[in-house]
Design a protein around this ligand. Structure first.
Ligand SMILES: Nc1ncnc2c1ncn2[C@@H]1O[C@H](COP(=O)(O)OP(=O)(O)OP(=O)(O)O)[C@@H](O)[C@H]1O
Length: 497
């Protein structure tokens, strides 16, 4: 009944097992493909070397970098130019990765072969997508199958999950029916807004399909049934819309999506509300659960609540992306961490940065220090209202601020293409004081999105935080490289690799 699909970046092959009802054709990597795998890297190296300074200068004057960056000696360094070039060459790099069988962005199919409606094809091409990513290629046929199939799917951050389930919802709705047919739940206001924006963009060539946001501040008229076919929202508000305001008839829902499904399941309040909604759905309603991370216990729970699911699961060592280079810096106290951050700015051309702190107090201290240094900084933490938070993220997405200092409120899902570095000013911890591996992965996943290169730098200020770092290394079986921020030359070399 259940289909397992494994992507194995380590052994460079993918495969499936235990197929019974649902059969999926996955690419077995042939021997010749190994040569192909070398090919794209080689091409990429070559193109990095062909950078000329005129190109770099043109990009610098385009205003992508932070102010204090421009007159630094690093500006003249060849290494730095190469790094910058590789960070901004997004589209070409994506093309290369999408032909690399070793990449989560690889696909053998085109969007046409996924049998999307013409309006949706227009939508994806209009968004600049040329080929589906691996998760889109594998998940879409299951999600579009008849009879509908349930799915629990895991794929690395920034590999196109949102686009995948948005396409599934848009494919399923019947625009002639003026009632809600698809529900999508996200854990935060900001994420719900972002998902809605993706759906609106993708669906813009089918103006009959309408979307509503069940988020705080939006209040429907009690008893007046919504005409919007798709509703995206947060669990509490969406529950009210179904149960209290009765503007959605749960019995008429044919697709139910949980984004960041692990947090929806692991957070008690979200879980209760999501399950209350889920219980009212018809038996044949398709259930789609997506996330980049699933702890084992959460995974087991998900399998219990989703009947006969198809499963797309990553091996632990595949969860971190190769495109994100991970480093740590040893510091003694917060001022020292701040100086290390300044050295990073001196050494790297940073388009936009996200910096995570453990407490609001630390975040606000850091934001004002960075401000004093002349950086354009936005501060995002839990005391802002959701509307204020959404406005801060929108400004950051538009590039009005180059640095976003935040606490965990922003660790999941937020998609800002130009984030080239994530700094863990404080390492993420769970309530028991252990390393919070899932949060770590979601945080660093704010960079390196859809094939872009990214850097994740962790500030280690005590033996305790060094221990957290080691736990993270062990959990993902990935080495995190030490950076000496006093040695700019060596640092440039390491960042360049
Ligand atoms: N097939 C595609 N071709 C090109 N770009 C794509 C494609 N699919 C998605 N993208 C882009 O890649 C970025 C990341 O996609 P998306 O937000 O869907 O990833 P995600 O897996 O949901 O990330 P997260 O785990 O952080 O929630 C977005 O900017 C999106 O527009």
């Amino acid at each position: 009944m259940v289909t397992f699909i494994f992507y194995d970046c380590i052994t460079k092959c993918s495969g499936s097992c235990k197929i019974s009802v649902n059969t999926i054709c996955l690419v077995q990597i042939p021997v010749w493909a190994k040569f192909l795998m070398r090919g794209p890297h080689w091409v990429f190296e070559l193109s990095m070397r062909s950078v000329n300074s005129g190109d770099v200068n043109r990009r610098s004057s385009g205003g992508w970098e932070a102010e204090g960056d421009k007159i630094d000696r690093a500006e003249q360094s060849l290494f730095n130019k190469l790094i910058r070039h590789s960070l901004v060459r997004n589209r070409n790099q994506v093309e290369v990765l999408q032909r690399d069988p070793n990449s989560p962005l690889f696909s053998v199919k085109t969007f046409e072969e996924l049998r999307l409606k013409q309006e949706l094809l227009n939508g994806v091409y209009n968004m600049g997508f040329n080929r589906p990513s691996r998760i889109q290629e594998n998940a879409l046929p299951m999600m579009l199958a008849q009879p509908p199939q349930n799915l629990i799917a895991q794929s690395q951050s920034g590999t196109g999950k949102t686009a995948a389930f948005s396409l599934a919802m848009l494919s399923h709705v019947n625009p002639a029916n003026k009632w809600t047919q698809c529900l999508c739940l996200a854990p935060t206001y900001e994420l719900a807004l972002q998902i809605g924006q993706v759906i609106e963009q993708m669906g813009k060539f089918d103006p009959e399909v309408k979307l509503a946001y069940a988020i705080r501040g939006n209040r429907p008229v009690r008893g007046v049934v919504l005409e919007e076919q798709i509703v995206v929202g947060t669990p509490g508000t969406l529950m009210d819309w179904c149960i209290k305001f009765k503007v959605i008839d749960p019995k008429k829902i044919s697709v139910f999506v949980l984004d960041e499904a692990d947090v929806m399941i692991a957070t008690q309040g979200h879980q209760d509300q999501s399950i209350r909604i889920q219980r009212q759905l018809p038996k044949d309603c398709q259930m789609l659960l997506f996330s980049a991370t699933f702890e084992d216990s959460v995974w087991r729970f998900a399998e219990r609540i989703v009947p006969e699911p198809n499963i797309i699961k990553l091996r632990r060592e595949e969860e971190t992306l190769d495109t994100i280079k991970q480093f740590f810096v040893v510091c003694s106290q917060k001022e020292d961490k701040f100086n290390a951050l300044c050295s990073l700015y001196a050494c790297l051309t940073i388009a936009q940065a996200m910096i995570f702190c453990h407490t609001r107090k630390m975040a606000s201290w850091l934001a004002s220090k960075l401000n004093e240094e002349g950086h354009q900084v936005a501060l995002l933490s839990g005391e802002l209202t959701v509307e204020q938070r959404a406005a801060v993220i929108e400004r950051f997405k538009e590039g009005k601020e180059k640095v976003l200092v935040t606490t965990n409120v922003c660790s999941r899902g937020i998609d800002v293409e130009q984030v080239s570095i994530v700094v863990n000013f404080d390492l993420p911890m769970d309530l028991d004081g252990n390393a919070d591996n899932e949060t770590y992965l979601h945080r660093i996943g704010r960079t390196g999105r859809f094939g872009k290169r990214g850097f994740a730098v962790n500030m280690v200020d005590s033996e305790y935080s060094m221990d957290l770092l080691r736990q993270i290394e062990m959990h993902f079986d990935r080495k995190i490289t030490k950076l000496d921020t006093d040695n700019l030359e060596e640092m440039e070399k390491l960042l360049m690799v």
